[in-house]
Design a protein around this ligand. Sequence first.
Ligand code: ADP
Length: 385
Amino acid sequence: MEHGESTEYGESTEYGESTEYGEGTPADDGAPRLTPLAEGRALLEAEASGDERAVEAALRPRSLDEVIGQERVREQLGLVLTAARGRGRAPDHVLLSGPPGLGKTTIAMIIAHEMSTPMRITSGPAIQHAGDLAAILSGLNEGDVLFLDEIHRMSRPAEEMLYLAMEDFRVDVIVGKGPGATAIPLEIPPFTLVGATTRAGLLPGPLRDRFGFTAHLEFYDAADLQRIVTRSASLLNVTVDEDGAREIATRSRGTPRIANRLLRRVRDFAQVRADGVVTRPLARDALSLFEVDEQGLDRLDLAVLSALCRRFGGGPVGLGTLAVAVGEERETVEEVAEPFLVRSGYLARTARGRVATPAAWEHLGLRIPPNAPFPDQAALFGVEE
Ligand code: ADP
């Protein structure tokens, strides 16, 4: 695949010139196929859909001061940027890691904005060949910010080219093939790479080491999410009272993208079924209509917990058996439902299988049977199935 034909986010684009990310995602991105139970899931998916990117753009904080939460990252990054501005140089390369929807793209854009430079956007999957990367790098101007999303999905030869570019601001373009091939060094102007990844652990050490500043974004607490909902509501011209905002926040799985999405659905409900003001009872009604429960669990999550407790006495049960019980693919249960259930302490993956925690029984309103197998420490630290 030649550069420019790339799928996913298209070729590198200058921020502001295009509708961000361009074309959306490819049909087969390895994500689990969704069956009916998982379909309603789009509401709680932490990744953005293609169309959503444009809506999100309006809600993005534009400066570090506008960013809510992530205090440590904000303070450290503020310092790095102020110092770079003082020196009149491009800041060090920045690596942003953390789950989807927590603000990596937002922060990358803020870096460019605060440095008053254009931002170019590309992503790991769009860079299949080193040549794709060489084309992007050679088009940069001094001080540009290059945002490389999903950096862990770049091809190995491109990765190696990136090491050199990050360190020496140079790429070696290979001309010809076989024994006659020659490397022609090409200078590139100093730039700042902002890499984003949901899987920092997959990055090879040498790549990670070339970032001067690494920030790990954490899930947001309910208070910060409530502030995010209130801020977004005012940008969307929706009236939300404090309790209404809190209700949306607590169902948002610690993720601003989900908070903003739930807010938009609640706004629709308020507009059609009520007088437009989002109160707590209204938010509750709206979100129960959309099948998002008090803790942010949806039908699929609840089906998994329910099968685990009601049919298998709390486990331990193998992933395959659990998947059959809810009529889903293994991958859907493992990749779509489980991460949040594990993170919220409802389900444990033990060496012997999946086990419900006391919180799961309570959440389903079930009495905990005296012989329920709780994940003991040893099992928790055992090897996953
Ligand atoms: P990521 O790149 O990590 O997937 P994004 O930067 O695209 O996440 O953020 C998703 C949405 O959440 C954006 O619309 C943005 O407005 C909002 N958002 C993320 N972090 C914050 C924050 N700290 N404060 C306010 N809004 C935020």
